[in-house]
Design a protein around this ligand. Structure first.
Ligand code: ASP
Ligand code: MG
Length: 407
């Protein structure tokens, strides 16, 4: 009988120091038995990646991407070797590999490469020798033998891609929270751990600010239908399963409420109201690689209108510059910024078949005297941009209205 394979990914906080590394080693060996082969994917220790990045930026404000990949990939190499060392101490056989050593081939887009193929040969050989396999997350190699990284949070992607390549029955994502909650438990004390969530809901939550799993890895898990189990490395409790949608799951309209305080709003005033203007503005911004989210264009007065949109706060300065440049070219007015905003969103795949969710959301906010600045929707979410100081109040009220403490 072929053995079952399980992939376990441990994030940076789970391996942040020696004690935690020992804890991971103890957890991992429990799974290794006659019937199961284990692949462990590790992130860099604690904030290593940030620290390495900051060193590079102190040397060069615009460091070459290839060298950044050489640098940042080392963090994961350290943790995979340390974990193998810790596991051996417990009397089990383990072997660590870099991405390159297990044949993770990527395209050539440094710092955000995509995995093209994985050659599982070396891993399968290690399984035959009854070893626990530890793989450095977040990295691969190009056809030119240059090391690449997979974008921040990319160890999740390594884990999911390995789960697919090795036909694992589940991919466990160990982190410092014990699952996905109906709302941030620091804001809403009644928030509940969600047992099952769909890939689409998880993707939506990730893009709306609940950063537990890297969004790209959820997309890949969805495409290949690989169940993810998000759980805590500090407790034995079951976490949240991210799975394919079932009919039963659709009966719940709202699965959770998220809040993102990392966006800012830009308004470009008195824009000439004629065809092609929006294309020019957003063309310029996208050229800078900035992701624009909600966009609102006001009703024109005297053939001039204001356009507001949101961008990630980290890109605000770049976006303001780009907007000013294009604003001057098209003869628009002032460019204003507002950092004091929050995006509060409801997510649920049941929204596809339930109506009135948005109306109920607006009514709740109105009852709390919270003004809505912008609104956007997707098939399975409704978002309102509101003042940041009212965000927690909004999240609490929405959690209550939709009775999320009872699901
Ligand atoms: N160490 C990398 C990062 O911090 C990759 C990861 O943690 O998944 O982004
Ligand atoms: Mg990390």
């Amino acid at each position: 009988m072929e053995k079952e394979v399980i992939v376990q990914k441990f994030g940076g906080s789970s391996v942040a120091n020696i004690e935690r590394m020992k804890n991971v080693a103890r957890r991992v060996v429990v799974y290794k038995n006659k019937h199961t082969d284990v692949v462990v994917v590790v992130s860099a220790l604690g904030d290593t990646t940030d620290e390495l990045e900051s060193m590079a930026l102190q040397l060069n404000a615009d460091p070459p991407d290839r060298e950044m990949d050489m640098l940042l990939s080392t963090g994961e190499q350290i943790s995979c070797a340390l974990l193998a060392i810790a596991i051996k101490e417990l009397g089990y056989e383990a072997i660590s590999f870099t991405g390159r050593q297990v044949g993770i081939k990527t395209d050539k887009i440094h710092t955000k490469a995509r995995i093209m193929t994985i050659d599982g040969k070396r891993i399968n050989k290690a399984f035959k020798d009854d070893k626990i396999v530890i793989v450095a997350g977040y990295q691969g190699v190009t056809s030119n033998d240059d090391i690449t990284t997979l974008g921040r949070g990319g160890s999740d992607l390594t884990a999911v891609a390995l789960a697919k390549a090795l036909r694992a029955k589940v991919c466990e994502i160990y982190t410092d929270v014990d699952g996905i909650y109906t709302a941030d438990p620091r804001i809403v004390k009644e928030a509940r751990k969600i047992k099952n969530i769909t890939f689409d809901e998880m993707l939506e939550m990730a893009s709306l600010g609940a950063q537990v799993i890297q969004a790209r890895s959820i997309e890949v898990a969805k495409r290949f239908n690989i169940p993810l189990h998000v759980r805590s490395s500090f407790s034995k409790e079951e976490g949240t399963m991210v799975v394919k949608e079932t009919e039963k799951m659709e009966s719940i309209a709202v699965r959770g409420v998220t809040c993102n305080k990392n966006e800012a709003k830009i308004t470009i005033c008195s824009v000439p109201d004629k065809p092609g203007i929006a294309a020019k503005i957003f063309g310029e911004i996208s050229k800078q690689g900035i992701n624009v989210d909600t966009i609102v264009q006001n009703v024109p007065h005297d053939r001039l209108s204001d356009i507001s949109f949101t961008v990630p706060k980290v890109d605000l300065n770049k976006a303001i510059k780009a907007t000013q440049t294009i604003g001057n070219k098209i003869g628009a007015g002032e460019v204003l910024e507002d950092r004091n905003i929050a995006r509060v969103s409801l997510v649920g795949s049941g929204m596809r078949s339930h109506s009135g969710i948005a109306a109920k959301m607006f009514k709740t906010l109105a009852d709390e005297k919270i003004n809505i600045g912008m609104i956007s929707t997707s098939e399975i979410s409704v978002s309102c941009i509101i003042g940041q100081d009212l965000a927690d109040k909004a999240v609490k009220a929405l959690h209550k209205t939709f009775k999320l403490e009872t699901i």
